[in-house]
Design a protein around this ligand. Sequence first.
Ligand code: FES
Length: 168
Amino acid sequence: MAIQQTEEKIVFSADLMSFINEWQDKRGSLIMILHRLQQEYRYLPTEVLLKLSEVISVPLAKIFGVVTFYHYFKQTKPGKHKIAVCMGTACYLKGAGDLINEFGNLMDVKVDETTEDGQFTLESVRCVGCCGLAPVVMVDDEVYGKLVPDSLPGIVAEYRQNSSEGAE
Ligand code: FES
């Protein structure tokens, strides 16, 4: 892993530092560096942004400004599994809104929230390119098509079971 946490202090690895040094003076560098950090850490916690501010000598407020402007950047730790409900036109017309509501009820979360047990993050995304299967949901890299709300408890149970088997 490129970032290690030691006694609340974030230490960037040599690999990450060389990426930062390579990009630091180029146009659009902050966004590229933030992408790389999120790739390494799965999200952008404040401690990581503080360390970045120190390393590249850019005010934390400016970094926060970029992070909060782009929906892509996440400041909260994502769940182990991402449930992405497609809300593109084809899926929307075939009932994707009902799927989002049903997932929300089943897991007691809203869009962009993570379940209390840290297992699932619910997201709404735009067309994922499988409109013929509308309405479509992606769980991690797996595509589920032609779904109805009644199919969802089985999907959630399948991932919960896999997680608990993996924990044994
Ligand atoms: S609109 Fe959902 S896959 Fe295209």
